[in-house]
Design a protein around this ligand. Structure first.
Ligand SMILES: *Cc1c(COP(=O)(O)O)cnc(C)c1O
Length: 360
C-alpha cells in the first residue's frame, strides 16, 4: 500500500457507532427493548416537523436552499440575532468541524473538558491540532483549571453547557470570571445541546455574552429537545468575523432540504417543546424520588439524562440489556461506577427502574 495519511489522521481512534436496535435485539433474543442511551426525544419528532417533511418530500429532486434562508430568518426572529451571525450545520457536529477546520492547524492547541462530548477531541485531531483535556472537578466543568491550561498555542476552548454526561451547568458569575482570564484571540465555544432543559436560574445565560464578547460561539441543535436527531441539523451564533470564515469552509449544501423545513416548522411547535420539557422534568423528578428510595446515589442534572452510581457499570449495563433496557455505561468516560440514563416516556422510566431493581 503506497497511499499515506498524515500521522495525526492515522493516529485518531475512530468513533465506534452502536449497533442498530434491531440487530441488538436479534443477537440478545429479546423484543420490545427500550433505548434510553442517546439523549434522544422519546416523544418522537414534532408533529409539525413531520408534516413539513412530508410536504417537502416531493421536492427533493431539487438542491436544498444553500443559505438556509427560511430557517435562518426564523431563528433570527426567535432569538433577535441577525442572520449574518448564524451558521447552520448538518448537526451541531458539523459546526464543530467547521470551527476546527477554519481556526486550527498543526501545532495549535484546543482545550476541552474530560469527560465530555467525544466530537471535540476527534475534530481537533482531524485538524492536526492538539486536544488538551482538563478533568472535571466534582463532576462539573472546572473553568479555573481550563483557564490555567491556556498557552500561547491555545486557539479554542470547548465548554459543554449543560455538560454531557454529568448534566452540570455553569454559573453566570463563574463564566464572567473565566472570560476575564482568557486571551483575546481564543475562541470560546459554548456547546448548548441541552440548554432547553435547564431549570436552574443561576445558570449562565450565553446569549447576553454574544453581544459583548466577539470570542463567543454558541452551538445549539434540533437533535435533543426538538426530536430531529436523525435529520441532522444544528445551528451556531457568533460574531460575523467568525461566521464569515465558517462559510468559507462550509459545504455549500451541508444542511439537507428536509432538515431545514422540519427545523423551521419545529420552532413553531411550542406545544411539542412544552410537552417535551414537562416529560423530561417529570421524569427527572420521578427518578430522583425512586433513586432516593433505593438508596442509590446520582448526579442531579439540568439536562435530559442523569448519571446513576450502580457499582460495576459494565456489568449492570449488560444485565439491563438482557431485560431489554439499553442505557450507557460510563466506563469509557472514566466513571466505571456509573451508568447514564436518558429520560424516556413515563412507562419506559418505570420499566427501567423495575429492571434496575431486579439486576442490582
Ligand atoms: C447530542 C449532542 C450534540 C448534538 O449533536 P448534533 O450533531 O447536533 O446531533 C452536541 N453536543 C453535545 C454535548 C451532545 O451531547
Amino acid at each position: 500500500m503506497k497511499v499515506q495519511a498524515p500521522e495525526y489522521i492515522a493516529g485518531i481512534k475512530p468513533y465506534v457507532p452502536g449497533k442498530p436496535m434491531e440487530e441488538l435485539e436479534r443477537e440478545m433474543g429479546i423484543r420490545n427493548s427500550i433505548k434510553l442511551a442517546s439523549n434522544e426525544n422519546p416523544l418522537g419528532p414534532s408533529p409539525k416537523a413531520m408534516a413539513a417533511v412530508q410536504q417537502e418530500l416531493r421536492k427533493v429532486n431539487r438542491y436544498p436552499e444553500g443559505g438556509g434562508y427560511y430557517l435562518t430568518r426564523k431563528l433570527s426572529e426567535k432569538y433577535n440575532i441577525p442572520p449574518e451571525n448564524m451558521v447552520l450545520g448538518n448537526g451541531s457536529d458539523d459546526i464543530i468541524g467547521m470551527l476546527t477546520k477554519a481556526f486550527l492547524q498543526p501545532g495549535d492547541e484546543a482545550i476541552m473538558p474530560f469527560p465530555s462530548f467525544l466530537m471535540y477531541e476527534i475534530m481537533v485531531q482531524v485538524a492536526g491540532a492538539t486536544p488538551v483535556m482538563v478533568p472535571l472537578s466534582l463532576f462539573s466543568i472546572d473553568l479555573g483549571a481550563m483557564a490555567e491550561r491556556v498557552t500561547e498555542k491555545t486557539r479554542m476552548i470547548f465548554i459543554t453547557h449543560p455538560n454531557n454526561p454529568t448534566g452540570s451547568i455553569i454559573k453566570e458569575n463563574d463564566f464572567c470570571a473565566f472570560l476575564k482570564k482568557i486571551p483575546e484571540q481564543v475562541i470560546v465555544v459554548l456547546d448548548e445541546a441541552y440548554i432547553e432543559f435547564v431549570r436552574d436560574s443561576s445558570s449562565l445565560y450565553s446569549l447576553s455574552h454574544l453581544k459583548t464578547d466577539e470570542r463567543i460561539v454558541i452551538l445549539r441543535t434540533f437533535s435533543k429537545a426538538y426530536g430531529l436527531a436523525g435529520l441532522r441539523i444544528g445551528y451556531g451564533f457568533m460574531d460575523t468575523r467568525i461566521s464569515s470564515l465558517l462559510h468559507r469552509v462550509r459545504q455549500p449544501f451541508n444542511v439537507n432540504a428536509l432538515a431545514q423545513h422540519a427545523a423551521t416548522a419545529a420552532l413553531d411547535d411550542i406545544d411539542f417543546l412544552e410537552k417535551t420539557l414537562a416529560l423530561v422534568h417529570d421524569g427527572m423528578d420521578f427518578s430522583y424520588t425512586v433513586l432516593d428510595r433505593m438508596g442509590l446515589s446520582y448526579l442531579p442534572s439540568q439536562a435530559n439524562f442523569l448519571m446513576i452510581k450502580v457499582g460495576n457499570a459494565d456489568s449492570v449495563f449488560h444485565k439491563l440489556l438482557q431485560e431489554g433496557v439499553i442505557v450507557r455505561s460510563m466506563t469509557s468516560y472514566g466513571f466505571p461506577d456509573y451508568i447514564r440514563l436518558t429520560m424516556g416516556l413515563k412507562t419506559e422510566n418505570e420499566r427501567f427502574f423495575k429492571a434496575l431493581e431486579k439486576v442490582l
